[in-house]
Design a protein around this ligand. Structure first.
Ligand SMILES: Cc1ncc(COP(=O)(O)O)c(C=O)c1O
Length: 425
């Protein structure tokens, strides 16, 4: 289960190769230069992706041509907006093979999706002494909401440790499942180590122990085929802005039965069926969880992003990024003296490479590379406990997407060599 794509591919034929040079023409921002006149080399897609013209036009089209509220008006503009919003839900459902669009709740991002589950499901199902199993490699978004739940309910958190190679210790996971946790929540792909977790196996083990499973797919959905029915999880969350969509868009997928049984997260307009002065009852799913006016254009843009990715073919996307990762992990240690890479071997990871240069703070690395137009993340990447686990204050991180080309990795290697030279003087 090392590979995101092949394990989920039904036939084993090679996916069509992407042409990233042609894809780049779809991203207007890649034609821009920085204040030093350098072309953009964007290696921070794990933080947020760039947006293709199709997404920009979808957002713009709503604002220019049919800006109006959804699920309310019965005039033409409003019907068009409602239609586009619901079509985006259907496209998002198709991207992850959800059984029905009604199981897709639109939210602002993966963080909001996890908070929704923690608040609505967690606060009603976690009681005194109940445990939730997480892993040491979680993004803060899949850690802090659970801390709040167990603090309020007097429950416990348990953590699957990470090996020195950046893999989850499944033998310890198995032991933790003997505690009969109510919930297990883990990331599909680590945003710091790049590790692709054996999620299907982990779901099966959790279910056998009677736990529900939440998967944080923020770093998986943009980069590989994800089939929620095949994974068998109970909750699956992701952000639109990391999958070529706009900021302010995201989705929670959960099984219909669970969503129907869960109480609302936020209350107000659109999430109700009937309101009286002293009581109300709730709209059907997913609207029960979408109180107030959502970010309509962002979700329409997310639908366009899902369509764009599906047209490229998610297996092709995965194959392209796997090749880039292999290339980066070969070139960087060869070309950059002393560089230390973190995480597992290329074939066990997504398109994320975190590293350090000896004696040089990653903030300095990122600042110097910025002059060459290279955008790199430096810091703890919202994974402070994982950095602590490796006794690191911070790392630099390069991350790839469909528009990334090997020449950008060469430019990164050259830039890093310059950084080492500057600090050697
Ligand atoms: C693995 C993972 N989970 C969750 C998140 C949170 O995503 P967002 O900030 O879009 O809510 C991120 C963002 O970097 C992430 O990488």
């Amino acid at each position: 289960m090392a590979d995101l794509a092949t394990t989920q591919r039904k036939d084993q034929t090679e996916p069509a190769r992407l042409d990233p040079y042609q894809i780049r023409a779809d991203f207007p921002i890649l034609a821009t230069v920085n204040r030093f006149g350098k072309p953009l080399i964007y290696l921070d897609s794990a933080a947020t992706s760039l947006k293709p013209q199709a997404v920009i036009e979808a957002v713009d089209g709503y604002n220019r041509e049919y800006s109006s509220n959804i699920h309310r008006g019965i005039y033409e503009l409003a019907e068009r907006a409602t239609g586009a919003y619901e079509a985006a839900r259907a496209k998002t459902a198709r991207l992850i093979n959800a059984p029905e669009p009604a199981e897709i709740v639109f939210v602002r991002n993966a963080t909001e999706a996890i908070n929704l589950v923690a608040y609505s499901w967690g606060r009603h199902h976690i009681g005194r002494g109940d445990s939730i199993v997480l892993t040491e490699m979680e993004h803060h978004a899949n850690l802090v909401p659970w801390q709040l739940v167990v603090q309020e309910k007097d429950g416990d958190l348990e953590f699957v440790p990470v090996t020195d190679d950046g893999l989850l210790q499944l033998d310890v996971y198995e032991v933790l499942l003997h505690l009969r946790p109510k919930l297990v929540a883990f990331t599909h792909v680590s945003n710091m180590l790049g590790t692709v977790n054996p999620v299907r196996e982990m779901v099966e083990m959790a279910h056998a122990a009677g736990a529900l499973v939440l998967i944080d797919g923020a770093q998986a959905v943009p980069h590989a085929p994800v089939d929620v029915q095949e994974l068998g999880a109970d909750f699956y969350v992701f952000s639109g802005h990391k999958m070529l969509g706009p900021t302010g868009s995201g989705a929670l997928w959960a099984r219909r039965g669970l969503l129907e049984a869960m109480p609302p997260f936020m209350a107000g307009g659109d999430m109700i069926r009937e309101v009286h002065l002293r009581r109300s009852d709730w709209n059907e799913i997913p609207y029960k969880f979408e109180a107030g006016t959502p970010d309509i254009s962002a979700q329409i843009g997310m639908g366009a992003a899902a369509e764009y990715l599906m047209a490229l073919g998610m297996e092709s996307v995965r194959a392209h990024e796997r090749e880039l990762t292999r290339y980066a992990m070969e070139v960087l240690p060869r070309e950059v003296p002393g560089i230390e890479l973190y995480g597992p071997a290329a074939e066990l990871r997504g398109g994320v490479v975190s590293f350090n240069l000896p004696g040089i703070h990653p903030h300095d690395v990122a600042q110097i590379l910025d002059r060459s137009g290279i955008c790199l993340r430096a810091g703890h990447h919202c994974t402070m406990p994982l950095h602590e686990r490796f006794d690191l204050a911070a790392t630099a991180r390069a991350s790839f997407n469909v528009y990334t080309v090997p020449e950008e990795i060469d430019a990164l290697a050259a830039g890093l060599r310059d950084v080492v030279r500057i600090f050697d003087r």
